[in-house]
Design a protein around this ligand. Structure first.
Ligand code: ARG
Length: 466
Protein backbone atom coordinates (compact mmCIF):
# COMPACT_ATOMS: atom_id res chain seq x y z
CA UNK A 1 0.00 0.00 0.00
CA UNK A 2 3.06 2.30 -0.40
CA UNK A 3 1.48 3.83 -3.53
CA UNK A 4 -1.46 4.94 -1.52
CA UNK A 5 0.63 6.62 1.09
CA UNK A 6 2.44 8.62 -1.55
CA UNK A 7 -0.68 9.74 -3.37
CA UNK A 8 -3.17 12.43 -2.37
CA UNK A 9 -6.00 9.89 -2.25
CA UNK A 10 -6.57 7.19 0.35
CA UNK A 11 -8.67 5.11 -2.07
CA UNK A 12 -7.70 1.58 -3.12
CA UNK A 13 -7.51 3.04 -6.63
CA UNK A 14 -5.83 6.26 -5.48
CA UNK A 15 -2.33 5.80 -6.96
CA UNK A 16 -2.69 8.15 -9.89
CA UNK A 17 -4.61 10.78 -7.96
CA UNK A 18 -2.96 13.89 -6.53
CA UNK A 19 -6.00 15.01 -4.56
CA UNK A 20 -8.61 13.30 -2.41
CA UNK A 21 -12.18 12.89 -3.62
CA UNK A 22 -14.65 15.69 -2.90
CA UNK A 23 -17.11 14.58 -0.27
CA UNK A 24 -20.00 15.57 -2.55
CA UNK A 25 -18.60 13.13 -5.11
CA UNK A 26 -18.26 10.40 -2.50
CA UNK A 27 -21.89 10.91 -1.58
CA UNK A 28 -22.99 10.91 -5.21
CA UNK A 29 -21.05 7.86 -6.33
CA UNK A 30 -21.45 5.59 -3.30
CA UNK A 31 -23.61 2.49 -3.56
CA UNK A 32 -22.71 0.87 -0.24
CA UNK A 33 -26.02 1.93 1.35
CA UNK A 34 -27.77 -0.57 -0.91
CA UNK A 35 -25.18 -2.98 -2.30
CA UNK A 36 -24.13 -4.07 1.21
CA UNK A 37 -27.03 -6.49 0.69
CA UNK A 38 -24.65 -8.48 -1.53
CA UNK A 39 -21.98 -9.08 1.12
CA UNK A 40 -22.56 -12.84 1.39
CA UNK A 41 -22.01 -13.34 -2.32
CA UNK A 42 -19.05 -11.00 -2.45
CA UNK A 43 -17.34 -12.98 0.29
CA UNK A 44 -18.20 -16.36 -1.20
CA UNK A 45 -16.84 -15.15 -4.55
CA UNK A 46 -13.62 -13.94 -2.92
CA UNK A 47 -13.17 -17.24 -1.11
CA UNK A 48 -13.48 -19.20 -4.35
CA UNK A 49 -11.27 -16.75 -6.25
CA UNK A 50 -8.52 -16.87 -3.60
CA UNK A 51 -8.65 -20.67 -3.49
CA UNK A 52 -8.22 -20.80 -7.26
CA UNK A 53 -5.35 -18.27 -7.16
CA UNK A 54 -3.62 -20.48 -4.62
CA UNK A 55 -4.20 -23.66 -6.64
CA UNK A 56 -2.70 -21.85 -9.61
CA UNK A 57 0.38 -20.84 -7.63
CA UNK A 58 -0.50 -17.13 -7.63
CA UNK A 59 -1.03 -17.11 -3.86
CA UNK A 60 0.89 -19.16 -1.29
CA UNK A 61 -0.93 -21.52 1.09
CA UNK A 62 -0.23 -19.14 3.97
CA UNK A 63 -1.59 -16.19 2.04
CA UNK A 64 -4.70 -18.16 1.19
CA UNK A 65 -5.22 -19.08 4.82
CA UNK A 66 -4.83 -15.46 5.92
CA UNK A 67 -7.35 -14.34 3.30
CA UNK A 68 -9.91 -17.02 4.17
CA UNK A 69 -9.61 -16.32 7.90
CA UNK A 70 -9.89 -12.59 7.25
CA UNK A 71 -12.99 -13.02 5.08
CA UNK A 72 -14.58 -15.24 7.71
CA UNK A 73 -14.01 -12.68 10.43
CA UNK A 74 -15.45 -9.92 8.22
CA UNK A 75 -18.51 -12.01 7.45
CA UNK A 76 -19.05 -12.67 11.16
CA UNK A 77 -18.85 -8.96 11.95
CA UNK A 78 -21.28 -8.06 9.18
CA UNK A 79 -23.71 -10.66 10.43
CA UNK A 80 -23.35 -9.45 14.01
CA UNK A 81 -24.01 -5.90 12.84
CA UNK A 82 -20.64 -4.67 14.12
CA UNK A 83 -18.98 -4.09 10.75
CA UNK A 84 -18.65 -0.44 9.86
CA UNK A 85 -19.56 0.21 6.21
CA UNK A 86 -17.85 3.32 4.95
CA UNK A 87 -19.32 5.57 2.31
CA UNK A 88 -15.89 6.78 1.20
CA UNK A 89 -15.11 3.19 0.20
CA UNK A 90 -17.94 3.38 -2.36
CA UNK A 91 -19.27 -0.11 -2.60
CA UNK A 92 -19.42 -3.54 -1.03
CA UNK A 93 -16.35 -4.78 -2.91
CA UNK A 94 -14.02 -2.08 -1.63
CA UNK A 95 -15.47 -2.05 1.86
CA UNK A 96 -14.67 -5.73 2.21
CA UNK A 97 -11.32 -5.58 0.45
CA UNK A 98 -10.11 -2.63 2.54
CA UNK A 99 -11.17 -4.37 5.75
CA UNK A 100 -9.33 -7.49 4.62
CA UNK A 101 -6.13 -5.58 3.94
CA UNK A 102 -6.46 -3.86 7.34
CA UNK A 103 -6.97 -7.21 9.08
CA UNK A 104 -4.52 -9.52 7.32
CA UNK A 105 -2.03 -7.16 5.66
CA UNK A 106 -0.18 -7.84 2.38
CA UNK A 107 -1.94 -11.17 1.67
CA UNK A 108 -5.24 -9.28 1.52
CA UNK A 109 -3.78 -6.88 -1.00
CA UNK A 110 -3.14 -9.82 -3.35
CA UNK A 111 -6.77 -10.95 -3.49
CA UNK A 112 -7.73 -8.63 -6.33
CA UNK A 113 -5.20 -10.26 -8.72
CA UNK A 114 -6.86 -11.26 -12.01
CA UNK A 115 -10.14 -9.67 -10.93
CA UNK A 116 -11.92 -6.38 -11.47
CA UNK A 117 -14.92 -4.93 -9.75
CA UNK A 118 -16.61 -5.30 -13.12
CA UNK A 119 -16.61 -9.10 -13.09
CA UNK A 120 -16.97 -9.07 -9.31
CA UNK A 121 -20.25 -7.14 -9.31
CA UNK A 122 -21.59 -9.29 -12.15
CA UNK A 123 -20.77 -12.34 -10.03
CA UNK A 124 -22.37 -11.01 -6.84
CA UNK A 125 -25.46 -9.89 -8.69
CA UNK A 126 -25.90 -13.19 -10.51
CA UNK A 127 -25.46 -15.21 -7.32
CA UNK A 128 -27.97 -12.99 -5.54
CA UNK A 129 -30.53 -13.32 -8.33
CA UNK A 130 -30.00 -17.05 -8.52
CA UNK A 131 -31.08 -17.32 -4.88
CA UNK A 132 -34.02 -15.01 -5.49
CA UNK A 133 -35.15 -17.21 -8.39
CA UNK A 134 -35.17 -20.21 -6.03
CA UNK A 135 -37.08 -18.30 -3.35
CA UNK A 136 -39.67 -17.09 -5.87
CA UNK A 137 -40.05 -20.54 -7.43
CA UNK A 138 -40.88 -21.95 -3.97
CA UNK A 139 -43.29 -19.13 -3.18
CA UNK A 140 -45.03 -19.62 -6.50
CA UNK A 141 -45.66 -23.20 -5.56
CA UNK A 142 -47.06 -22.06 -2.20
CA UNK A 143 -49.61 -19.86 -3.94
CA UNK A 144 -50.37 -22.54 -6.55
CA UNK A 145 -51.06 -24.96 -3.74
CA UNK A 146 -53.53 -22.49 -2.22
CA UNK A 147 -55.44 -22.39 -5.52
CA UNK A 148 -55.56 -26.18 -5.71
CA UNK A 149 -56.91 -26.41 -2.15
CA UNK A 150 -59.61 -23.86 -3.01
CA UNK A 151 -60.43 -25.74 -6.21
CA UNK A 152 -60.84 -29.00 -4.28
CA UNK A 153 -62.92 -27.34 -1.56
CA UNK A 154 -65.36 -25.73 -4.01
CA UNK A 155 -65.44 -28.47 -6.63
CA UNK A 156 -69.01 -28.58 -8.05
CA UNK A 157 -69.93 -25.02 -6.99
CA UNK A 158 -70.76 -22.63 -9.79
CA UNK A 159 -70.31 -18.94 -10.48
CA UNK A 160 -70.76 -16.65 -13.45
CA UNK A 161 -67.79 -16.46 -15.79
CA UNK A 162 -67.31 -13.00 -17.29
CA UNK A 163 -66.20 -11.39 -20.50
CA UNK A 164 -66.18 -7.57 -20.64
CA UNK A 165 -67.13 -7.87 -16.96
CA UNK A 166 -70.61 -8.92 -18.16
CA UNK A 167 -71.98 -12.30 -17.12
CA UNK A 168 -71.03 -14.62 -19.95
CA UNK A 169 -71.29 -18.32 -19.15
CA UNK A 170 -71.57 -20.28 -15.92
CA UNK A 171 -68.33 -21.91 -14.75
CA UNK A 172 -67.08 -23.82 -11.77
CA UNK A 173 -65.38 -21.80 -9.04
CA UNK A 174 -62.70 -24.49 -9.16
CA UNK A 175 -62.13 -23.77 -12.85
CA UNK A 176 -61.57 -20.10 -12.08
CA UNK A 177 -59.10 -20.99 -9.32
CA UNK A 178 -57.17 -23.33 -11.59
CA UNK A 179 -56.86 -20.55 -14.17
CA UNK A 180 -54.56 -18.84 -11.68
CA UNK A 181 -52.80 -22.11 -10.94
CA UNK A 182 -51.85 -22.21 -14.63
CA UNK A 183 -50.71 -18.56 -14.72
CA UNK A 184 -48.44 -18.94 -11.72
CA UNK A 185 -47.18 -22.22 -13.15
CA UNK A 186 -45.99 -20.41 -16.27
CA UNK A 187 -44.46 -17.73 -14.07
CA UNK A 188 -42.53 -20.38 -12.21
CA UNK A 189 -41.23 -21.93 -15.41
CA UNK A 190 -40.13 -18.51 -16.61
CA UNK A 191 -38.24 -17.82 -13.37
CA UNK A 192 -36.51 -21.20 -13.48
CA UNK A 193 -35.60 -20.64 -17.11
CA UNK A 194 -34.16 -17.24 -16.26
CA UNK A 195 -32.10 -18.90 -13.53
CA UNK A 196 -30.75 -21.44 -15.99
CA UNK A 197 -29.61 -18.75 -18.41
CA UNK A 198 -27.97 -16.57 -15.77
CA UNK A 199 -26.11 -19.39 -14.08
CA UNK A 200 -22.76 -18.92 -15.87
CA UNK A 201 -19.86 -17.45 -13.95
CA UNK A 202 -18.53 -14.06 -15.06
CA UNK A 203 -15.47 -14.20 -12.79
CA UNK A 204 -12.15 -14.10 -14.62
CA UNK A 205 -13.34 -11.73 -17.33
CA UNK A 206 -11.58 -9.10 -15.21
CA UNK A 207 -12.16 -5.52 -16.40
CA UNK A 208 -13.42 -6.63 -19.81
CA UNK A 209 -10.63 -8.26 -21.80
CA UNK A 210 -9.75 -11.25 -19.61
CA UNK A 211 -6.41 -11.58 -17.84
CA UNK A 212 -2.85 -12.62 -18.61
CA UNK A 213 -2.50 -14.34 -15.24
CA UNK A 214 -2.80 -18.15 -15.33
CA UNK A 215 -6.28 -18.44 -13.79
CA UNK A 216 -8.80 -21.27 -13.97
CA UNK A 217 -12.27 -19.84 -14.45
CA UNK A 218 -13.99 -23.24 -14.52
CA UNK A 219 -12.64 -24.09 -11.08
CA UNK A 220 -14.19 -20.95 -9.56
CA UNK A 221 -17.45 -21.52 -11.44
CA UNK A 222 -17.73 -25.04 -10.10
CA UNK A 223 -16.93 -24.02 -6.53
CA UNK A 224 -19.71 -21.42 -6.67
CA UNK A 225 -22.35 -23.73 -8.12
CA UNK A 226 -22.42 -22.30 -11.64
CA UNK A 227 -23.14 -24.51 -14.64
CA UNK A 228 -20.12 -23.13 -16.48
CA UNK A 229 -18.43 -19.87 -17.44
CA UNK A 230 -19.49 -17.06 -19.79
CA UNK A 231 -17.94 -17.16 -23.24
CA UNK A 232 -16.95 -13.57 -24.00
CA UNK A 233 -15.28 -11.22 -21.54
CA UNK A 234 -16.57 -8.06 -23.24
CA UNK A 235 -20.16 -9.28 -23.28
CA UNK A 236 -19.83 -10.34 -19.65
CA UNK A 237 -18.58 -7.08 -18.27
CA UNK A 238 -21.41 -5.01 -19.73
CA UNK A 239 -24.19 -7.61 -19.65
CA UNK A 240 -27.30 -6.96 -17.58
CA UNK A 241 -29.69 -9.06 -19.67
CA UNK A 242 -30.06 -11.38 -16.73
CA UNK A 243 -31.29 -8.59 -14.45
CA UNK A 244 -33.73 -7.35 -17.07
CA UNK A 245 -34.96 -10.87 -17.70
CA UNK A 246 -35.46 -11.43 -13.98
CA UNK A 247 -37.42 -8.18 -13.62
CA UNK A 248 -39.47 -9.05 -16.65
CA UNK A 249 -40.41 -12.45 -15.16
CA UNK A 250 -41.10 -10.78 -11.82
CA UNK A 251 -43.29 -8.18 -13.52
CA UNK A 252 -45.39 -10.91 -15.06
CA UNK A 253 -45.92 -12.40 -11.58
CA UNK A 254 -46.97 -9.03 -10.19
CA UNK A 255 -49.34 -8.49 -13.12
CA UNK A 256 -51.01 -11.81 -12.44
CA UNK A 257 -51.30 -10.90 -8.76
CA UNK A 258 -52.74 -7.56 -9.76
CA UNK A 259 -55.46 -9.12 -11.90
CA UNK A 260 -56.35 -11.47 -9.08
CA UNK A 261 -56.38 -8.51 -6.68
CA UNK A 262 -58.80 -6.65 -8.91
CA UNK A 263 -61.14 -9.66 -8.82
CA UNK A 264 -60.89 -9.91 -5.04
CA UNK A 265 -61.66 -6.22 -4.65
CA UNK A 266 -64.71 -6.59 -6.87
CA UNK A 267 -65.83 -9.86 -5.35
CA UNK A 268 -65.60 -8.55 -1.78
CA UNK A 269 -67.76 -5.49 -2.59
CA UNK A 270 -71.44 -5.50 -1.55
CA UNK A 271 -72.28 -5.28 -5.25
CA UNK A 272 -70.82 -8.77 -5.84
CA UNK A 273 -70.61 -10.23 -2.35
CA UNK A 274 -68.89 -13.33 -3.72
CA UNK A 275 -66.12 -13.69 -1.16
CA UNK A 276 -65.36 -13.09 2.44
CA UNK A 277 -61.75 -12.03 2.97
CA UNK A 278 -60.79 -12.95 6.52
CA UNK A 279 -60.70 -10.08 9.05
CA UNK A 280 -56.99 -10.78 9.52
CA UNK A 281 -56.38 -9.59 5.97
CA UNK A 282 -58.55 -6.47 5.95
CA UNK A 283 -58.42 -3.10 7.62
CA UNK A 284 -61.09 -0.66 8.77
CA UNK A 285 -61.82 2.97 8.06
CA UNK A 286 -60.85 5.70 10.53
CA UNK A 287 -64.20 7.43 9.99
CA UNK A 288 -66.72 4.90 8.67
CA UNK A 289 -67.29 2.27 11.34
CA UNK A 290 -69.02 -0.17 9.00
CA UNK A 291 -66.08 -0.51 6.61
CA UNK A 292 -63.95 -3.58 6.06
CA UNK A 293 -61.55 -2.76 3.27
CA UNK A 294 -59.60 -5.15 1.02
CA UNK A 295 -56.32 -3.26 1.48
CA UNK A 296 -54.04 -6.21 0.76
CA UNK A 297 -55.26 -6.80 -2.79
CA UNK A 298 -55.44 -3.05 -3.32
CA UNK A 299 -51.82 -2.60 -2.27
CA UNK A 300 -50.66 -5.53 -4.38
CA UNK A 301 -52.49 -4.01 -7.36
CA UNK A 302 -50.91 -0.64 -6.54
CA UNK A 303 -47.43 -2.07 -6.17
CA UNK A 304 -47.50 -3.38 -9.73
CA UNK A 305 -46.78 0.24 -10.69
CA UNK A 306 -43.36 0.21 -9.05
CA UNK A 307 -42.49 -3.23 -10.41
CA UNK A 308 -43.33 -2.16 -13.98
CA UNK A 309 -41.46 1.10 -13.32
CA UNK A 310 -38.32 -0.76 -12.23
CA UNK A 311 -38.37 -2.84 -15.38
CA UNK A 312 -38.64 0.36 -17.42
CA UNK A 313 -35.70 1.88 -15.48
CA UNK A 314 -33.49 -1.09 -16.27
CA UNK A 315 -34.40 -1.21 -19.93
CA UNK A 316 -33.76 2.49 -20.30
CA UNK A 317 -30.51 2.17 -18.34
CA UNK A 318 -28.83 -0.14 -20.85
CA UNK A 319 -30.41 1.30 -23.97
CA UNK A 320 -27.61 3.61 -25.05
CA UNK A 321 -24.57 2.02 -23.39
CA UNK A 322 -21.53 1.24 -25.51
CA UNK A 323 -19.62 -1.93 -24.63
CA UNK A 324 -18.43 -2.75 -22.05
CA UNK A 325 -18.86 -1.71 -18.40
CA UNK A 326 -20.08 1.82 -17.74
CA UNK A 327 -20.71 3.27 -14.31
CA UNK A 328 -24.32 3.75 -15.32
CA UNK A 329 -24.69 0.06 -14.55
CA UNK A 330 -24.43 0.75 -10.84
CA UNK A 331 -28.00 2.05 -11.21
CA UNK A 332 -29.17 -1.51 -11.88
CA UNK A 333 -29.25 -2.59 -8.24
CA UNK A 334 -32.01 -0.52 -6.64
CA UNK A 335 -34.74 -1.37 -9.18
CA UNK A 336 -33.87 -5.06 -8.90
CA UNK A 337 -33.81 -5.03 -5.09
CA UNK A 338 -37.12 -3.18 -4.98
CA UNK A 339 -38.63 -5.67 -7.42
CA UNK A 340 -37.40 -8.61 -5.34
CA UNK A 341 -38.78 -7.15 -2.11
CA UNK A 342 -42.10 -6.17 -3.62
CA UNK A 343 -42.83 -9.32 -5.59
CA UNK A 344 -41.74 -11.85 -2.95
CA UNK A 345 -43.77 -10.04 -0.26
CA UNK A 346 -46.79 -9.81 -2.55
CA UNK A 347 -46.79 -13.50 -3.50
CA UNK A 348 -46.32 -14.56 0.12
CA UNK A 349 -49.14 -12.44 1.53
CA UNK A 350 -51.52 -13.30 -1.30
CA UNK A 351 -50.93 -17.00 -0.63
CA UNK A 352 -51.81 -16.44 3.03
CA UNK A 353 -54.92 -14.48 2.12
CA UNK A 354 -56.07 -17.27 -0.19
CA UNK A 355 -55.56 -19.84 2.54
CA UNK A 356 -58.10 -17.83 4.58
CA UNK A 357 -60.56 -17.04 1.80
CA UNK A 358 -64.23 -18.10 1.87
CA UNK A 359 -66.51 -18.09 -1.16
CA UNK A 360 -70.19 -17.23 -0.71
CA UNK A 361 -71.32 -20.12 -2.86
CA UNK A 362 -75.07 -19.37 -2.57
CA UNK A 363 -74.69 -15.80 -3.80
CA UNK A 364 -72.40 -16.95 -6.58
CA UNK A 365 -74.80 -19.65 -7.73
CA UNK A 366 -77.67 -17.16 -7.52
CA UNK A 367 -75.76 -14.81 -9.81
CA UNK A 368 -75.73 -17.46 -12.54
CA UNK A 369 -79.51 -17.46 -12.66
CA UNK A 370 -79.89 -14.09 -14.35
CA UNK A 371 -78.36 -12.39 -17.36
CA UNK A 372 -79.29 -15.10 -19.93
CA UNK A 373 -76.10 -16.87 -18.97
CA UNK A 374 -77.10 -20.08 -20.76
CA UNK A 375 -77.94 -18.37 -24.09
CA UNK A 376 -74.90 -19.96 -25.78
CA UNK A 377 -76.16 -23.35 -24.65
CA UNK A 378 -79.46 -22.74 -26.42
CA UNK A 379 -77.53 -21.83 -29.59
CA UNK A 380 -75.44 -25.01 -29.24
CA UNK A 381 -78.70 -27.00 -28.78
CA UNK A 382 -79.95 -25.63 -32.11
CA UNK A 383 -76.61 -26.46 -33.76
CA UNK A 384 -77.07 -30.06 -32.65
CA UNK A 385 -80.48 -29.96 -34.44
CA UNK A 386 -78.57 -28.96 -37.58
CA UNK A 387 -79.33 -25.25 -37.47
CA UNK A 388 -76.29 -23.30 -38.77
CA UNK A 389 -74.58 -21.52 -35.86
CA UNK A 390 -75.05 -17.99 -37.28
CA UNK A 391 -78.77 -18.64 -37.68
CA UNK A 392 -78.94 -20.15 -34.17
CA UNK A 393 -77.21 -17.02 -32.80
CA UNK A 394 -79.94 -14.87 -34.39
CA UNK A 395 -82.74 -17.09 -33.06
CA UNK A 396 -81.42 -16.94 -29.49
CA UNK A 397 -80.83 -13.18 -29.79
CA UNK A 398 -84.49 -12.71 -30.68
CA UNK A 399 -85.57 -14.97 -27.81
CA UNK A 400 -83.43 -12.90 -25.40
CA UNK A 401 -85.02 -9.68 -26.68
CA UNK A 402 -88.45 -11.25 -26.12
CA UNK A 403 -87.47 -12.15 -22.52
CA UNK A 404 -86.13 -8.65 -21.87
CA UNK A 405 -89.48 -7.28 -22.97
CA UNK A 406 -91.35 -9.73 -20.79
CA UNK A 407 -89.00 -9.32 -17.84
CA UNK A 408 -88.04 -13.00 -17.54
CA UNK A 409 -85.19 -15.45 -18.22
CA UNK A 410 -84.93 -17.98 -21.07
CA UNK A 411 -85.73 -20.89 -18.76
CA UNK A 412 -89.00 -19.17 -17.74
CA UNK A 413 -90.40 -19.52 -21.27
CA UNK A 414 -92.67 -22.39 -22.21
CA UNK A 415 -91.80 -24.79 -25.05
CA UNK A 416 -94.57 -23.20 -27.08
CA UNK A 417 -93.09 -19.75 -26.63
CA UNK A 418 -89.62 -21.06 -27.54
CA UNK A 419 -91.02 -22.79 -30.61
CA UNK A 420 -92.06 -19.38 -31.99
CA UNK A 421 -88.35 -18.75 -32.52
CA UNK A 422 -87.47 -22.19 -33.87
CA UNK A 423 -89.69 -25.15 -34.57
CA UNK A 424 -86.91 -27.64 -33.74
CA UNK A 425 -86.99 -26.76 -30.02
CA UNK A 426 -88.43 -29.52 -27.84
CA UNK A 427 -88.95 -30.15 -24.10
CA UNK A 428 -85.40 -31.46 -23.65
CA UNK A 429 -84.19 -27.88 -24.17
CA UNK A 430 -84.62 -27.26 -20.45
CA UNK A 431 -81.69 -29.55 -19.71
CA UNK A 432 -79.37 -27.14 -21.49
CA UNK A 433 -81.06 -24.03 -20.16
CA UNK A 434 -80.23 -25.03 -16.59
CA UNK A 435 -76.95 -23.78 -15.15
CA UNK A 436 -75.89 -27.24 -14.10
CA UNK A 437 -76.64 -28.66 -17.53
CA UNK A 438 -74.70 -25.85 -19.13
CA UNK A 439 -71.59 -26.23 -16.97
CA UNK A 440 -71.49 -29.98 -17.22
CA UNK A 441 -71.90 -30.03 -20.97
CA UNK A 442 -68.56 -28.22 -21.42
CA UNK A 443 -66.35 -31.27 -21.37
CA UNK A 444 -64.02 -30.25 -24.17
CA UNK A 445 -60.36 -30.40 -23.11
CA UNK A 446 -59.68 -27.45 -20.81
CA UNK A 447 -63.41 -26.79 -20.36
CA UNK A 448 -65.41 -26.21 -17.18
CA UNK A 449 -67.46 -29.45 -17.17
CA UNK A 450 -67.34 -31.29 -13.84
CA UNK A 451 -65.41 -34.30 -15.20
CA UNK A 452 -62.77 -32.08 -16.77
CA UNK A 453 -62.32 -29.91 -13.70
CA UNK A 454 -62.19 -32.93 -11.43
CA UNK A 455 -59.40 -34.32 -13.60
CA UNK A 456 -57.62 -30.97 -13.56
CA UNK A 457 -57.82 -30.79 -9.77
CA UNK A 458 -56.41 -34.29 -9.48
CA UNK A 459 -53.53 -33.49 -11.84
CA UNK A 460 -52.75 -30.32 -9.95
CA UNK A 461 -52.85 -32.17 -6.62
CA UNK A 462 -50.41 -34.69 -8.01
CA UNK A 463 -48.08 -31.96 -9.24
CA UNK A 464 -48.21 -30.20 -5.89
CA UNK A 465 -47.77 -33.40 -3.93
CA UNK A 466 -51.11 -32.96 -2.12
N1 ARG B 1 -20.30 -0.45 -7.57
C1 ARG B 1 -20.05 -0.78 -8.95
C2 ARG B 1 -21.36 -1.20 -9.63
O1 ARG B 1 -22.27 -1.51 -8.97
C3 ARG B 1 -19.09 -1.89 -9.03
C4 ARG B 1 -18.29 -1.88 -10.28
C5 ARG B 1 -17.46 -0.66 -10.34
N2 ARG B 1 -16.53 -0.67 -11.37
C6 ARG B 1 -15.83 0.40 -11.71
N3 ARG B 1 -14.98 0.27 -12.63
N4 ARG B 1 -16.02 1.55 -11.13
O2 ARG B 1 -21.46 -1.21 -10.83
Amino acid sequence: MTDEKNSGSDKLWGGRFAEGTASSVEAFTASIHYDSRLYKYDIAGSRAHATMLSNQGILSKDELKAIIDGLTSIEKDIEAGTFEFKRELEDIHMNIEKALVDRVGPAGAKLHSARSRNDQIALDFKMYLRDQCDILADLLNTIRRAFVLLARKYLGDVMPGYTHLQRAQPVQIAHHMLAYYEMFGRDRERILDCRKRLNLSPLGCAAMAGTGLPIDREQVAEALGFDGVTANSMDTSGDRDFAIEFCSCATMIQLHLSRLSEELVLWSSSEFSFVDISDKFCTGSSIMPQKKNPDIPELIRGKSGRVVGSLMSLITLVKGLPLTYNRDLQEDKEPVFDTVDTVTASVAIMAELLENLQFRTKTMAEATKTGFITATDLADYLVLQDVPFREAHGIVGRAVAYCLDKGCELYDLSVEELKQFSAVIEKDVFEVLSVEGSVNSRISTGGTGLVRVEEAVQNAEKQMGI
